[in-house]
Each structure stands twice: as structure tokens, then as C-alpha cells.
Write a protein that binds this ligand. Structure first.
Ligand SMILES: CC(C)(COP(=O)(O)OP(=O)(O)OC[C@H]1O[C@@H](n2cnc3c(N)ncnc32)[C@H](O)[C@@H]1OP(=O)(O)O)[C@@H](O)C(=O)NCCC(=O)NCCS
Length: 153
């Protein structure tokens, strides 16, 4: 598995977000796109992450691994590489948000040393058209997690 870093490494596959904001780390095996994660600097919504960008810390978002490649360490490796990059850019801690009900992602982050720091009153909501062709509403409660990048180990 190789990890590529770029402003947006795979335009065809990464669906969301401002193309100029942050760096995507993309995991590949040959031509196969295994997954991705985005590293951003808080406040740097229009600029690529760089040491020159002011902000109070880096954060991760849009971690995704293709279902066929899950449980092989791809997600953990993406997060670990993003941490390395954040450290190299001078970041002291890395933040992210995860939905309370996303137990799988929460277990992954916990294993990698992320601690819950609240934001339990932060909610997201939306709607989508289900397989039954009808609109459904969804609602999620977001948790904020943080990892100290300077801690040993
Ligand atoms: C959450 C998500 C990113 C995890 O990705 P992943 O590549 O499966 O993560 P990992 O493989 O690193 O770790 C997950 C599991 O693999 C196991 N694992 C880790 N390395 C492994 C390896 N080398 N070989 C076998 N299994 C391994 C872990 O023990 C863990 O166990 P589990 O399957 O019981 O959960 C993925 O499920 C996903 O894309 N979900 C949808 C999007 C999402 O929820 N994103 C998070 C938003 S905050």
C-alpha cells in the first residue's frame, strides 16, 4: 500500500469538500483507491495546509476506506500518516469529530490514542432519498476528539 499526498489526489473519487482546502492523503494499491483522509488547519478554509497558514491547530476529516478494503489496517495507516504530516508541519495536537453512533470509527480513534474532549451538544442533521425512493431524515450527535502529538509513544 502506498500513501499519496496532494491538494486533492483523486478528483474522480473524493466526493466532498472545497478542493483548495487542506491536503488529502490517499491510500492506493496500484490503480486501486483504498481510502482517504483529509488533513486541514483550523481557519485555513481556502489555503492548502502549510507551515505558513495561521490557525490554532490541524484537524482530520473525511476518513473513508472502501468497504472491500476495511479491517486491513488502511484506516489506521491513513490516520498515522496524517499525524506524521501534522507533526512535520508543526502541529502539537490533532483534532477530529466523529458521530457518537459510529462505534467502529470511535474504536479506531481510541486505539490510536484520541481522547474525547466534548462538543456533545454539536448536532448534524440532513435528509436523503432511501432505497424505497422516499425522503428520510437523519440526525447525529458529534463528539470532538483530540490527540497530543507530542506525547511519547
Ligand atoms: C472507520 C473506517 C475508516 C475504518 O477503516 P479500516 O481500514 O477498516 O480501519 P482499520 O483496518 O485500520 O481498523 C479497523 C479494524 O481492522 C483491524 N485491523 C487493523 N489492522 C489490521 C491488519 N493489519 N490486519 C487485519 N485487521 C486489522 C482492527 O483491529 C479493527 O478491528 P475491527 O474490524 O473489529 O473494527 C471505515 O470503517 C470506514 O470508512 N467507515 C465509513 C466512514 C467513516 O465512518 N469514517 C469515519 C468518520 S469520523
Amino acid at each position: 500500500m502506498e500513501i499519496e499526498v496532494g491538494p486533492l489526489a483523486d478528483r474522480g473519487r473524493v466526493p466532498r469538500g472545497d478542493r483548495a482546502a487542506g491536503l488529502y492523503l490517499v491510500a492506493r494499491e496500484g490503480d486501486e483507491h483504498l481510502g482517504h483522509v483529509r488533513l486541514r488547519w483550523r481557519g485555513a478554509y481556502r489555503a492548502c495546509v502549510s507551515p505558513e497558514v495561521p490557525g490554532d491547530g490541524p484537524f482530520l476529516e473525511d476518513l473513508f476506506v472502501e468497504p472491500a478494503y476495511r479491517s486491513r489496517g488502511v484506516g489506521s495507516r491513513l490516520v498515522a500518516e496524517a499525524e506524521e504530516l501534522a507533526r512535520a508541519l508543526g502541529g502539537r495536537r490533532l483534532e477530529l469529530r466523529v458521530e457518537r453512533s459510529n462505534l467502529r470509527a470511535r474504536a479506531l480513534y481510541e486505539r490510536l490514542g484520541y481522547l474525547e474532549v466534548g462538543a456533545a451538544d454539536d448536532h448534524i442533521a440532513g435528509s436523503f432519498i432511501g432505497k424505497d425512493g422516499r425522503p428520510h431524515r437523519w440526525h447525529g450527535e458529534m463528539l470532538a476528539l483530540v490527540k497530543d502529538l507530542e506525547a511519547p509513544g
